[in-house]
Design a protein around this ligand. Structure first.
Ligand SMILES: [Zn+2]
Length: 249
């Protein structure tokens, strides 16, 4: 399989995982990957021929340039209107080779209520805790990112962070590989779900400073940030294997 065909498969798989986990609704959302060291980006297409995020196939992953223009897309498939989320991040962050933009409802609730995502757990999900400690930014506009100028505005708000909330809209995750960006999106959704359910049950309390320091000091656990060659690191590969199995039966 060629390198670009492999990348299309990996983008489609990440879409199917996020769709199967109900992290986004029907056709809303898109995932992309960059061929490392190039300006070639492969992204889930939109258009009358699409099946929806959960059922994305490699044939529905099209190439775009850093201007957001589709290159050689088959009839019925177009670059997503929000392609500029992806192209702006690839322009601004050379270390990023994977971007996920989805609309997970539980996370969006936090952008609406302005409730904080507290570090409520440690051993339950150490990578999720590390994400909670990241000072997750929020893009305060709820418009769709349909122009290069809005894309640049959004990328500025996200800065160098792994994930960004988008008020009344969704989330974006960016990492060294598409799999790691998807895992960050999954961890962010879990963080929001636990925060939400804890608030329903009572008065959630962050874990102690001592325990936060313990997890900060550990190097064998934490976020998935291998990157570099556009492929997931060892720990991410192991976790991703589970999600690959989940969508392949
Ligand atoms: Zn969106």
């Amino acid at each position: 399989m060629s390198e670009t065909d492999d990348l299309r498969e990996r983008v489609a798989l990440a879409c199917r995982v996020l769709g199967t986990l109900n992290l986004t609704k029907a056709a809303t959302g898109h995932v992309s990957a960059r061929l490392p060291g190039t300006n070639r980006v492969f992204i889930r297409a939109r258009g009358p021929g699409e099946l929806g995020v959960r059922y994305t196939t490699a044939a529905e992953v099209i190439e775009v340039d850093l201007e957001g223009r589709a290159i050689g897309a088959p009839p019925g498939l177009l670059a997503p209107s929000e392609v500029y989320i992806h192209t702006s991040l690839y322009r601004a962050r050379p270390e990023v080779n994977g971007v996920v933009h989805i609309h997970p409802k539980t996370v969006v609730l936090f952008t609406i209520t302005k409730q904080p995502l507290l570090p409520l757990y440690g051993g339950f999900d150490p990578p999720g805790l590390k994400l909670a400690l990241e000072d997750i930014p929020t893009y305060d506009r709820s418009v769709t990112i349909t122009t290069p100028a809005l894309g640049a505005d959004f990328a500025k708000a996200m800065g160098t962070k792994p994930v960004c909330l988008m008020r009344g809209h969704g989330i974006t995750a960016a990492n060294g590989s598409v799999e790691e960006a998807a895992l960050d999106a999954i961890d962010l959704n879990d963080l929001a779900t636990v925060n939400y359910e804890a608030r329903l049950l009572g008065d959630p309390q962050p874990i102690s400073e001592e325990d936060i320091a313990y997890f900060r000091a550990r190097t064998d656990t934490g976020r998935y940030t291998d990157g570099g060659d556009g492929r997931p690191g060892e720990r991410a590969v192991a976790v991703w294997r589970y999600y690959t199995k989940l969508v392949s039966g």
